[in-house]
Unconditional design. Structure first.
Length: 129
């Protein structure tokens, strides 16, 4: 973004100029992104269970303050990863079955009557429609 556009955005009270670009690399944000990726792979990956999913939800909630106020593109990416990861972990915890490529070691079978539906998340509640 040209300097005059950055100055105009700053005067207009818009997002900080770093939000329009990649901004400087922020090592703590990269550490949070690595933590999110590892957490999702290990606890919310293809093979999962209630214990690991509960741990993932708690850890994802714990990471939230670290990524809560993004200012650069990379920080927005970290925040989006945390939100998407939390939604995926909560939905996987609510879906007490194995379906498709996702296998729950504590619920190895399909349950079409209860779960052949879409997962709908509203705040802390998940329902199946």
């Amino acid at each position: 973004m040209p300097n005059e556009l950055r100055a105009t955005a700053a005067r207009a009270g818009g997002l900080p100029p770093a939000a329009y670009s990649n901004g400087p690399l922020n090592v703590p944000v990269d550490a949070s992104i690595n933590e999110l990726q590892t957490l999702m792979w290990n606890l919310v990956g293809i093979v999962r269970n209630a214990h690991g999913l509960k741990e993932a939800v708690e850890r994802l909630k714990h990471i939230e303050p670290q990524v809560a106020r993004p200012h650069s593109r990379r920080e927005f990416e970290a925040r989006n990863l945390q939100i998407a990861g939390l939604l995926a972990a909560q939905a996987a915890l609510a879906r007490e079955e194995s379906r498709g490529a996702h296998y729950r070691t504590d619920f190895p079978d399909h349950n079409d009557v209860k779960f052949r539906k879409h997962s709908v998340v509203q705040a802390e509640k998940i329902r199946f429609e």
